[in-house]
Write a protein that binds this ligand. Sequence first.
Ligand code: HSE
Length: 298
Amino acid sequence: NEIKIFCPATIANLNCGFDVLGLCIDNIGDEMIFRKSPQKGIKITKITGADIPYETDKNVAGVAALAIIENLDLEYGFEIEIHKKIKAGSGIGSSAASAAGAVYGINELLGKPYTKKELVQFAMKGEAVASGSEHADNVAPCMLGGFTLVRGYNPLDIIQIESPSELYAVVLHPQIEIKTSDARAVLKPMIPLQSAITQWGNVGGLIAGLYTKDYELIGRSLRDVIVEPLRKGLIPNFDNVKNAALNTGALGAGISGAGPSIFALCKGETIARNVANAMQNAYLETKIPFDIHISKVN
Ligand code: HSE
């Protein structure tokens, strides 16, 4: 009647795949504890690590949890403890971790009526509380692990993507907060055809590169001509950090999700370590505190 789970961080977009691509980082994440309770509904009983609301209908995890039990006629309810390690507004899927964790935990205590893929649609309701829009590019990899593609939203169609074994992700997280809703407000609703052609060429190239373990192709495809140019001004020293990563052998680098975190994908752990050092050195001059992580992608 009680379960404790780990809710991993995620990198969404991966340059070319705005709102559709994401990957799971399994060494950074929150913890959540769920208990069945005689009292109906969802009650958040403890929060550590973040200043977020206890009111169920204002809390990302609470809203996601309500979405999963909404159509079930239950004689009992659930208590949730949320222990945040992923900072809000960091660009590595903090709200998605809470939303995906909430529905996963409750589904387990319900006896798993839903598959993990089915859970994503409930988690999106929670994610929408934080970001103002229902997207699944963080929630899907958080729930399923590895690389995921949201092929379509209507109906939701999530594809798990294979990836080569030597892929490492470096994430530099500046200690500033960017609200996803603000980072979405700088985007333009219309894009030029030429940019769309470049972008979908790269999405196809990235997926093909991942399946065929073609690291060169993965690198050539990790580009973003639509979103990054509009958002990078929100992130101090972004170009220098990105160039430092590329010049040190990263396959690609860009904004993680809505930022401010900056990620790089690398082949092998040695290159990842060198890239992390280079990114760190390039970021130091901002004098803004940051942390940096290296994770194996799997
Ligand atoms: N795809 C989303 C964005 C991820 O970039 O706005 C952040 O929630």
